[in-house]
Design a protein around this ligand. Structure first.
Ligand code: ACK
Length: 983
């Protein structure tokens, strides 16, 4: 026996060479007992106390003593040796693990003990709340398992000093008491317990998805999962409840939900770190910190948004990532087109959009008398007043002959932060005369056999003083053509001498100084058979007021009287008509030539208001007129607001004749009252210098203005200017005034691009016109603007003004180009005589060029009237699509209106670039063309405007002239048989 023990001991010693005292445990294990870490004796309780388990101290490989238990009673049968540990506190564990390291002797290697030798031992536990129970009966222990060695050692192993250490781990649970004892039962094995470690498992503190999960003891069951709720790490917030499961083996499983870094922080290395200065993070769900967008900044760490730079803003709906923006600048180039009581306003977008895409426009309408007040609800806007997306609006139902100011505000999403006058542009205008609107209803107050007493309300928009009403009526059964008319100044009339029991249809209309309004809808009333009046109500024509008296009987009785009265009715109609005719008077005003006055000063007194010189403040000289300086200044008339005016002065030392001629312009101008005719404020004749004071036109004369703004306007704006001039000319021709010198230089333009006809001096047509040329008949005439019949035999009429108007249209579309360029006056006369007409300027819509050609019809009767021109231009403005096709896309206009010009003939027949340049008066560019490689005209026809600029032809008017000539050339080539157009 002693020999065996000795052998075992020897083996244990040998094994101890491989044992380490390093006590490092996996992080998810909490050790409750480790026999190797006990200093001194273990002093566990062995039973029997003698001859059973024995505590033996051995050295590990670091020479640190460790305590072991051994037993080796393999030769004696019926062994029952118990070894019990001390009480082990359970702490929080519900399931504990027992790791046993042991060595076991192979029974086969001890052949003489094979009957009694065992190769297992039993492991027990006993739960108890008490530390240090004295004696525990065997039966109180519960078995955990029978432990067998994976490897047992033999005598040979001892000789070879081979370590055969077994490690077996068993778990036990669910534990419920405060602690427990373990017991090892040996039933006859040769065994050494090298170490015993008891531990439980924990899932260690972990951070997943920015949520922190604490140390968590595993569940009681081997398969149980403990659900743990995480808490968000610093500077983060719960996005979705963070959860994880702690598995029985101490590992975390299945993270669910998450936390997100708060605004102002971003995730870095599983933490939420603050955004740096100049950066921001606005939403917990957004990515990382971002740099402050344009025009914004942040001055502290952890910013959730960036503040806007001064003068820049964010709207409520702007995302923090969007750059800060600012309100737009004012719209540009506001122009107005007045059409009776409607106005078309158009403008160009502002220079500064503020960096936003939500630019819109609001319209403010003010009616201005002594003071301005906002327009009421009766004014209509199309498409709307506010939030306009396109730069145009038409305003309707204004009052006639009234001053209005329209402000167009450019607005965007941040305008409300800093609204200011720099965001608006305004225009002041006067509406035209307009006929009254329709009489809205008609009623019949009394009905008798022969009389209907009608009354009606005033039209909603009288647009002036109603001079009279006209009632048109006819028997329903008869044709509308046999109508009768009654006129009255009041809003009621008795229509007499009617046929009894007859339905009549009535229309009524009102008249003001501007003419008649539209007839009302039709209303039907029926006379009755009663001699005394009954009340009647009008119905619209489709509805028949049928049910008057069913008295067929009465009808029969009255047949005789009926026939007689019907005859009388016809007679009295004739009488009535002739009486009414007498009321008709002409409303048209005719211009009076001041030179028909015996004393021309009388005309001045009649048509021009005398202004006291003290009311005028001259500010600066703006030009030189034929009689003296032209100045700008201010006029303050008592009871009126101060206004800017232009002042023409008569130079000192004038003759009486010059004074008369000078003032004749005021006598003419003073007769006109139209928004497209320069308005005369008055004259100063009682002191010197003699002055003519007129409204001030900020942009001066049209030709210079266009040249200064070459290419800057939309076609609609240009047509708007033309429309204004045509409207002014219509007014003049309606008054039988022939201008004789209509040209862009004699049109003035105000700040709203409104064009007004000016220059009504009497003498200049013959004497002082800068363009004037003496004709063979002696008079001085502006040849390029003047119709052939006026040049040839001084036939000046509104039709010759129409010719000049066509030239003005051409000047407008070519931005102030000189008509017929450098051609001499003689060549112009000859070319026009031969049928040459100016080609459409570059980008000129075909429809406008066609209108010009119409104005240049040789037969003056074939030319359109100004009223037709106004209508035509209105139509084009209303349908801008008609302005799309430009002459660039067209071939030659109608052959009958544009026969070959001298220029064209030249270009088609002469092949060289040099000769062609000569014909267009631009031979100075010969070298430019040669140097750029343009050897023949075939190449030239492909030239682009940019190429010309590169070649050194910088004048845009010369470029245009060249392109126009090329178009002509091409068109000419198309008409030459057998020639292919090189395009
Ligand atoms: O082209 P402008 O600037 O416009 O130069 C001439 C100059 O005076 C000599 O006629 C200007 N002018 C004439 N009448 C007016 C006016 N009512 N408002 C502004 N400028 C005017 C014209």
């Amino acid at each position: 026996m002693a020999g065996i023990v000795c052998v075992v001991t020897t083996v244990l010693f040998g094994m101890s060479q491989g044992l380490s005292t390093a006590r490092t445990y996996p992080p998810n294990q909490v050790t409750l007992l480790d026999s190797r870490s006990v200093q001194g004796e273990l002093a566990w309780v062995a039973s029997p106390t003698e001859g059973g388990w024995e505590e033996v101290s051995i050295m590990d490989d670091k020479n640190v003593p460790i305590r072991t238990y051994q037993v080796c009673n393999v030769m004696e049968p019926n062994q029952n040796n118990w070894l019990r540990t001390h009480w082990i506190r359970r702490r929080e564990a519900q399931r504990v693990f027992v790791e046993i390291k042991f060595t076991l002797r192979d029974c086969n290697s001890l052949p003489w003990v094979s009957a009694t030798c065992k190769e297992t031992f039993n492991l027990f536990y006993h739960e108890s709340d008490v530390d240090g129970e004295r004696s525990i009966r065997e039966s109180q222990f519960a078995k955990i398992d029978t432990v067998a060695a994976d490897e047992s050692f033999t005598q040979m192993d001892i000789g070879d000093r081979i370590m055969k250490l077994n490690t077996e781990t068993r778990d036990v649970g669910v534990l419920t008491r405060k602690g427990f004892y373990l017991a090892f039962q040996d039933v006859g094995a040769c065994i050494a317990l090298v170490s015993v470690r008891v531990f439980y498992k924990k899932c260690p503190l972990a951070v997943r998805n920015l949520a922190q999960f604490p140390d968590t003891v595993t569940g009681a069951d081997t398969s149980s999962l403990v659900e743990v709720r995480g808490s968000c790490v610093n500077n983060s917030e719960e996005y979705e409840i963070p959860k994880m499961y702690c598995g029985a083996d101490g590992g975390w499983l299945v993270p669910i939900g998450s936390c997100l870094c708060k605004p102002g922080y971003e995730e870095r290395n599983g933490e939420c770190q603050v955004c740096k200065i100049g950066y921001y993070r606005s939403l917990a769900s957004a990515g990382g910190c971002s740099k402050c967008p344009e025009h914004s900044y942040s001055v502290r760490e952890g910013s959730t948004s960036c503040s806007c730079d001064k003068g820049f803003y964010r709207s409520e709906t702007d995302p923090p990532a969007m750059a800060c923006t600012r309100p737009p600048s004012a719209p540009l180039n506001l122009i107005s087109n007045v059409n009776e009581t409607s106005v078309l306003l158009e403008w160009s977008p502002p220079l500064i959009s503020g960096g936003r895409q939500d630019l819109a426009y609001n319209v403010v309408c003010k009616r201005c008398g002594w003071e301005c007040e906002l327009c009421g609800d009766s004014v209509r806007y199309s498409p709307q007043r506010l939030s306009l997306r396109s730069p145009r609006v038409s305003v309707h139902q204004l009052q006639a002959h009234t001053n209005y100011t329209f402000e167009i505000w450019a607005v965007n999403g941040v305008s409300k932060h800093n609204p200011g006058p720099e965001q608006a542009v305004s225009v002041t205008l006067t509406t035209n005369q307009a006929a009254p609107s329709v009489v809205p209803s008609l009623q019949c107050k009394d009905i008798t056999r022969h009389t209907l007493s009608l009354f009606w309300p005033e039209p909603q928009n009288p647009n002036g003083v109603i001079l009279e009403y006209e009632v048109k009526y006819y028997e329903k059964e008869q044709s509308e053509r046999s109508y009768r008319i009654v006129k009255t100044a009041s809003r009621s009339v008795d229509i007499k001498d009617l046929t009894p029991l007859t339905s009549y249809v009535f229309h009524v209309r009102a008249r003001t100084a501007a003419g008649y309004g539209e007839f009302s809808a039709s209303y039907e009333f029926m006379t009755n058979s009663m001699p005394s009046p009954v009340m009647g109500e009008g119905v619209k024509s489709t509805v028949l007021l049928a049910s008057i008296l069913g008295s067929v009987v009465l009808l029969l009785i009255l047949t005789g009287a009926f026939i007689i009265s019907k005859r009388r009715g016809k007679y009295s109609k004739a009488k009535q008509d002739s009486e009414e005719e007498k009321h008709l008077q002409s409303v048209g005003k005719v211009y009076v030539d001041p030179f028909t006055y015996e004393d021309p000063n009388q005309a001045v007194r009649e048509f021009a208001k005398e202004i006291d010189a003290s009311c005028i403040k001259i500010e600066k000289v703006i030009g030189i007129g034929e009689f003296g300086e032209v100045c700008s200044g201010r006029l303050r008339l008592s009871g009126k607001r101060e206004q800017c005016v232009a002042i023409k002065t008569l130079k000192a030392g004038f003759t009486e004749e010059q004074r008369r001629d000078f003032l004749s312009e005021a006598s003419v101008m003073g007769q006109f009252d139209h928004p497209n005719i320069i308005h005369l404020e008055g004259v100063v004749t009682k002191c010197k210098p003699v002055m003519i004071v007129s409204e001030y036109m900020e942009n001066g004369s049209l030709d210079a203005f266009l040249r200064k703004n070459d290419g800057r306007f939309t076609v609609i704006q240009l047509v708007g200017m033309q429309r204004g001039i045509a409207s002014g000319m219509k007014y003049l021709s309606d008054m039988s005034y022939v201008h004789r010198d209509l040209a862009a230089r004699n049109i003035l333009v105000n700040s709203n691009l409104v064009c007004k006809v000016s220059d009504f001096g009497m003498s200049r047509v013959l004497e002082d016109e800068p363009e004037g040329t003496y004709t063979t008949r002696g008079g001085k005439i502006p040849i390029r603007w003047t119709a052939p019949e006026a040049i040839a035999y001084r036939k000046f009429t509104s039709a010759s003004d129409v010719w000049s108007y066509g030239i003005v249209m051409w000047e407008v579309m070519s931005y102030g180009e000189r008509p017929y360029w450098d051609m001499s006056n003689q060549d112009v006369i000859k070319a026009v005589e031969e049928g040459y007409r100016l080609p459409g300027p570059m980008e000129c819509p075909v429809s406008l060029h066609q209108l010009m050609l119409d104005c240049w019809q040789r037969e003056r009767a074939d030319r359109p009237k100004f009223s037709q021109i106004v209508n035509m231009l209105d139509k084009l403005i209303r349908h801008p699509a008609t302005l799309k096709r430009t002459s660039r896309e067209t071939s030659r206009p109608h052959a009958s209106t544009l026969s070959p010009s001298p220029l064209n003939v030249c270009t088609a027949s002469l092949g060289s670039v040099e000769e062609w340049l000569k014909t267009v008066g631009l031979e100075r560019y010969r070298d430019n063309f040669t140097n750029a490689g343009f050897q023949n005209l075939e190449n030239v026809v492909h030239i682009k405007q940019e190429e010309m600029t590169k070649m050194g032809i910088s004048s845009s008017s010369h470029q245009r002239k060249i392109l126009a000539s090329i178009r002509e050339l091409l068109s000419e080539m198309q008409h030459v048989p057998g020639r292919t157009v090189p395009v």
